[in-house]
Design a protein around this ligand. Structure first.
Ligand code: SF4
Length: 468
């Protein structure tokens, strides 16, 4: 190993660098950041080299946040294209082995912090951090024979290389979209994030890609083949216990074993009953809103509050940690293009709200008839506005969702739990004003009631003897 001033051990995985201990922040919510691994012919790699484009670590002002890119060029006889993502993702663990360094998220979303403790140890250059990383990679993934790393801190160059990286991620994802769960006999599991979320165990299938977005089924297959002792492993699919919810005996067994008995059931295509675990690396979050009996979806770039009043960061804090949190679910972007996307819960028919950026990004995956019925922050900033929007567009949650996958009606639509005197008075005034000539559009816009709810109030008024 190179001259090492660092403490490196798996025991530091999961370490957080708080604001007070921060030397430099790389990427994250305030700046561009990415990591990319690319395979290359052996003669095009200068093994062990770390190239830096842009300011050195010692020249960056303490406390600043800078754009940051990492490109890993790897070669080896056994290295195939499908391993690029796996090598890239292992960065999450290996960089976290360094005491005083924090690495979160993946791909175009990385968020790193270099702690002051590294300055105290006399670390001044990127090379001092990344040369040991090359050694670690080769020790943990022996199929890597040669590796060099380019670190980019020049803001313009980060932008330029990030755009190229986005094209690479897209190509990987496009390939994965063509394959479905029916086409394969084996799914893959991944426990790479257990250092951060000890009971988390991911299942990666063609139709339920990883929540971090960094591992497709192809990547899982390549990793399990070349590194059988590694964190990705095969799960022979067997027969589904319930094909609609995506419940498989083999997945339940895996969940019980890998979560240390914390849970014993995990279903692939649902939000509500034994959902997939969420470790914290998810690209997007789903949240159930009981007030409209619908699901909202937000991405990390959405900085405002969602209609339930909570921003992404607060919900992410509640959802991560490797638990099954009913009502919240971490999901990868690629899952939005899956024909099995939350199919047990009604799929797109159950989606009531999305952050605008996310809706735009996944629009090719949204069912055409739902496109105009899903609100964004432009349509609804709170639950009152959301209810009015859903009523206006006649969203399926209003009168009950019928599941596309099996034609089963799974929700009853909105009902009034409590028929107050106030609502009774409003309905009575409306009936008197119109002389009983009811217009359902006016009922929706003036009283924010569905047809069913209106009839509920009419029946209550009849029971009171106020109406005949
Ligand atoms: S989020 Fe899941 S699939 Fe992605 S690296 Fe972590 S454990 Fe693996």
């Amino acid at each position: 190993m190179a001259d090492i001033k660092l403490d490196i051990s798996p025991m530091y995985e999961g370490e957080r660098i708080r604001k007070d201990d921060l030397w430099v922040e790389l990427g994250g919510p305030k700046a561009d950041g990415f990591e990319l691994s690319l395979s290359a012919p052996m003669d095009e790699i200068q093994d062990g080299r770390v190239t830096v484009i842009g300011p050195e670590l010692k020249d960056i002002k303490e406390g600043s946040t800078i754009p940051f890119g990492m490109i890993f060029k790897v070669g080896g006889e056994k290295i195939e294209k499908d391993l690029e993502s796996i090598i890239e993702r292992r960065n999450h663990a290996l960089l976290s082995y360094i005491s005083g360094l924090m690495h979160l998220n993946q791909r175009y979303d990385i968020w790193m912090r270099v702690g002051k403790s590294l300055a105290k140890k006399g670390v001044t250059s990127w090379k001092e951090i990344f040369t040991p990383i090359i050694d670690l990679y080769k020790a943990e993934m022996p199929f890597i024979e040669k590796m060099e790393i380019t670190i980019i801190t020049d803001p313009a160059k980060v932008k330029e290389e990030l755009a190229k990286a986005m094209a690479v991620y897209k190509t990987r994802d496009e390939r994965a979209k063509g394959l479905h769960d029916e086409d394969v006999d084996v799914f893959y599991g991944c426990t790479l994030c257990q250092a951060f979320a000890p009971t988390s165990a991911c299942v990666v299938t063609p139709d339920r890609p990883s929540l971090c977005g960094a591992i497709t089924w192809f990547d899982g297959r390549a990793a399990a083949k070349v590194d059988p002792e590694g964190p990705q492993f095969p799960i022979p699919k067997g027969t589904a216990i319930d094909a609609v919810t995506g419940e498989y005996e083999a997945i339940n067994e895996m969940a019980a074993k890998r979560s240390g008995g914390e849970y014993s059931m995990m279903k692939l295509y649902t939000f509500f009953d034994a959902p997939h675990t969420s470790c914290g690396c998810f690209e997007t979050i789903g949240f159930y809103m009981p007030e409209v009996d619908g699901i909202g979806l937000a991405d990390r770039d959405f900085k405002g509050a969602t209609p339930n009043g909570l921003p992404f960061s607060t919900m992410a804090g509640q959802t991560g940690g490797g638990k099954q949190i009913v009502g919240f679910l971490g999901m990868g972007i690629l899952y939005y293009f899956s024909p099995k996307f939350l199919q047990a819960d009604g799929g797109w028919r159950r989606i009531a709200w999305m952050s605008k950026g996310l809706k735009e990004r996944v629009k090719a995956g949204i069912d055409e008839d739902m496109m105009a019925k899903i609100a964004t922050e432009d349509d609804a900033k709170d639950l009152t506005a959301l209810k009015a929007f859903l009523l206006k567009v006649d969203h399926p949650v209003v009168n009950g969702v019928t599941r596309k996958v099996d034609g089963k009606k799974i929700t009853e639509g909105w009902v009034l739990e409590d028929i107050s005197d106030e609502i009774k008075a409003k309905v009575l005034a409306y009936i008197e004003k119109t002389g009983g000539d009811i217009n359902i559009d006016t009922v929706k816009s003036e009283m924010a009631l569905t047809e069913n709810q209106f009839m509920q109030v009419v029946e209550a008024l009849q029971a009171d003897g106020v109406l005949e």
